[in-house]
Ligand binder design. Structure first.
Ligand code: ATP
Length: 390
């Protein structure tokens, strides 16, 4: 029997809502529901103040829909802002420990003024590293880490020497994305990055429990990030991709100021709420003179693998229009796809596990234009031309 939207709504009537509505089915946070044969896709849009517990609701929704007879796959996307420093999903330990204090971390005092960006002979302020590129988003859950990982893999496939640094202290995803769970080896003062699919990888998640990381304050974050940059033997790299913590708070601003970034890539979903946050992200980087290398629209569209139907579940083209309005380059679109999600969950992102897929090609095109901008120094935005009329 064919699955209908009503079947799904009935299942979601038993799932709690994030906004106080009687159920998720009755909540305005529930997006359009796309039923394509036995596959079901929808999103739950959550305002920042409703973010706590949203992941639990997402999982409950997914489980409820999976139990509907005839449903084979479910994808529930959540676009919930996880504000830096907000309540962690697991109870924090009584006393937060700085990540690498035992290794001689010097923690900046609360409210310490950000240091000037490192200058030096090496291109990016980290010896041997030519370019450091931040992948950022104004809000959490838009697919920033997935994009960062697949872009790093695409750049590596284009013959570049690439590192990936997971600076998302509020929810490091890189250990899961690459199924890496061991601790880095230490040689003298330096930590050796782990390696997967030809990438050199370091994550704050290799060093501390995610629950611990989430309660760090700005200066602790900075201390850990500075160490990840300077006390990791990255070796010779053409590009180091940094998966930034979501948001536009102090930690992000300080990071942007302290590290000599070649530029930033902003990831957004097409929804208005996410775009407004992306705009804040762009403004933040511009404030500290970091060029915007471009904007990526993630979860841009959905191509049904069964019937080929091309659907724009969350609206479409918003990021492109927004990029134009902000004078920032638009780097491209990534579809919403179960395979992107499942390969990431399984520890081998799509560019590594299915390099010839159309999804990997979409990341490849974005990586190409990103590298072109970096290597040719194409301007991230055109300076306004001022004409004085007499
Ligand atoms: N294009 C996509 N298609 C399907 N699922 C996706 C896509 N991009 C990301 N996802 C899924 O969405 C979820 C959130 O992605 P991800 O962790 O990359 O987001 P994030 O912005 O880094 O989140 P956070 O800031 O909370 O760490 C993950 O389950 C991921 O697999």
């Amino acid at each position: 029997m064919a699955v209908t939207e009503d079947d799904i709504r009935r299942a979601l009537a038993a799932v709690p809502a994030p906004d106080g509505a009687p159920s998720l089915a009755a909540s305005s946070s529930l997006s359009k529901i796309a039923v394509m044969g036995s596959r079901v896709i929808f999103s739950i849009d959550v305002a920042p103040e409703q973010a706590a517990g949203a992941e639990t609701i997402r999982r409950a929704a997914e489980a409820a829909v999976k139990a509907v007879p005839g449903v084979s796959d479910v994808l529930v996307a959540l676009t919930a802002e996880r504000a830096p420093g907000s309540a962690p999903s697991t109870p924090p330990p009584a006393k937060p420990a700085s990540p690498m204090m035992a290794r001689g971390s010097r923690e900046a005092p609360q409210g310490a003024a950000p240091q000037a960006r490192p200058q030096g002979s090496s291109g990016a302020g980290v010896p041997g590293v030519k370019h450091i590129v931040a992948v950022a988003s104004g809000k959490g859950g838009v697919g920033k880490s997935t994009t960062a990982a697949n872009l790093a893999l695409s750049l590596q496939r284009q013959g570049l020497r690439v590192g990936l640094m997971d600076a998302d202290v509020y929810g490091p995803s890189v250990p899961t994305l690459f199924a890496l769970h061991s601790k880095p080896e230490v040689e003298g003062r330096m930590m050796k990055p782990l390696e997967a699919h030809g990438l050199k990888i370091m994550s704050i998640g290799f060093l501390v429990d995610a629950g611990t990381a989430m309660i760090w304050r700005g200066p602790m974050v900075m201390s850990a990030l500075t160490q990840m940059l300077n006390e990791v033997s990255w070796g010779e790299l053409d590009i180091l991709i940094v998966d930034m913590p979501p948001g536009t708070g102090d930690a992000q601003l300080t990071m942007a100021q302290r590290v000599k970034l070649s530029g930033a890539v902003i990831v957004s979903t097409p929804q208005d709420l996410a775009l407004a946050d992306a705009r804040r992200g762009v403004a933040m980087f511009r404030k500290v003179d970091v060029p915007i290398l471009g904007i990526v629209e993630n979860m841009s569209y959905y191509d049904c693998p069964n019937c080929g139907h091309h659907a724009h579940l969350f609206g479409h083209g918003g990021a492109k229009a927004e990029a134009q309005a902000m004078g920032a380059p638009f780097l491209g679109e990534i579809p919403l796809a179960l395979d992107i999600r499942s390969t990431s969950d399984a520890g081998a992102p799509i560019v590594a596990s299915a390099p010839d897929s159309s999804y990997a090609q979409a990341y490849g095109r974005i990586a190409e234009s990103l590298w072109k901008r970096l290597s040719t120094g194409a301007p991230g935005r055109t300076a306004p031309r001022i004409v004085i009329e007499r």
